[in-house]
Design a protein around this ligand. Structure first.
Ligand SMILES: [Zn+2]
Length: 312
């Protein structure tokens, strides 16, 4: 298997204050853990290119793009951060980082569809799944996975794709981008009730987003996958699978109150791999979303990548 790891130095230059959990050290923790696990030499490292605005515009409104592009502070600004919401802001590098994050997902999609790669992990930030077509929110600027999924359909002509979101939060931005679009099946679980307090009021047939209570462990989530995700995925028969790979449902992550461990992330990834091999020529592009305990994040991404690369 050839598994690529897309990232870019600009993704470590975007930051929202020293107190903020969505911090550049997250990407360093992932890279350090890949080295410590001795799988770094087995992965195809690739520099993420910037997305261009026409690619963003497949998902986002012109206003949403303008707001990020024009509001990043410059050397002349009297402030370091431009606030977008209570916990999302721009620094001087945010536009560049956001372009690299979306660009990683698009480039990975191109390479996987071309058959150069079996699959890819995009180790990027800012994350994306809370960003709606019209609004940045919840640490997210542009919806990297949604942009890649639209690219696969609009540019490469794929007719059916699936988005699997295992972040602890509901991917409200992805849902907003694709609700009612029969080409796209979204499956997720999310802690409920919890930020962003959405995901339960939309019975659209293509949205299999399953609320689970706080203090749920891997057993509960695995049952959701077996009972709800897999039947929907087998029915949809996606030609490619995109993963919103958030690791904040980990037991050691105090952003939320769930109890997953590395073995659960490996198991979920294995199930996604099986569906991808059955219907999608194995094509998977996975993009980092949440995950704020640095040690648990690094270990969980290693577990995820080991399954993608079939290293164990
Ligand atoms: Zn999250």
């Amino acid at each position: 298997m050839t598994t690529a790891f897309y990232t870019h130095a600009d993704c470590k230059r975007h930051e929202m204050g020293s107190w903020h959990p969505e911090c550049p050290e997250r990407l360093q923790a992932i890279e350090d853990q890949l080295i410590a696990s001795r799988i770094d030499s087995l992965i195809d490292y690739r520099e993420a290119p910037p997305a261009d605005e026409s690619e963003l515009a497949r998902v986002h409104t012109a206003d949403a793009i303008y707001r990020i592009r024009e509001n990043c502070p410059t050397a002349e600004s009297e402030y370091t951060y431009f606030p977008l919401d209570a916990d999302t802001s721009l620094n001087a590098y945010s536009w560049r980082a956001a372009l690299r994050a979306a660009g990683a997902a698009v480039a990975a999609t191109d390479a996987v569809i071309a058959g150069e790669l079996d699959n890819a992990f995009c180790s990027v930030r800012p994350p994306g799944h809370h960003a709606t077509p019209s609004e940045a929110m919840g640490f997210c600027l542009f919806n990297n996975v949604a942009i890649a999924a639209k690219h696969a359909m609009d540019v490469h002509g794929l007719k059916k794709v699936a988005i699997v979101d295992f972040d602890v939060h509901h991917g409200n931005g992805t849902e907003a981008a694709f609700i009612g679009d029969p080409r796209v099946l979204m499956v997720s679980f999310f802690q409920h009730p919890f930020y962003p307090f959405s995901g339960t009021g939309h019975p659209a047939a293509n949205m299999v987003n399953v609320p689970v209570p706080a203090h749920s462990y891997g057993e509960t989530v695995r049952q959701v996958v077996i009972d709800q995700w897999l039947p929907a995925l087998h029915e949809h028969q996606p030609e490619m699978i995109f993963i919103s790979a958030g690791f904040d449902a980990h037991r050691e992550d105090d952003m939320a109150q769930m109890g997953l461990v590395e073995a659960d992330y490996a198991w979920i990834t294995q199930k996604i791999m099986e569906v991808a091999k059955t219907y999608a020529k194995g094509r998977i592009v996975s993009c980092l979303e949440g995950g704020y305990n640095l040690s648990a994040l690094g270990r969980s991404v290693v577990a995820h990548i080991k399954v993608l690369a079939e290293l164990e």
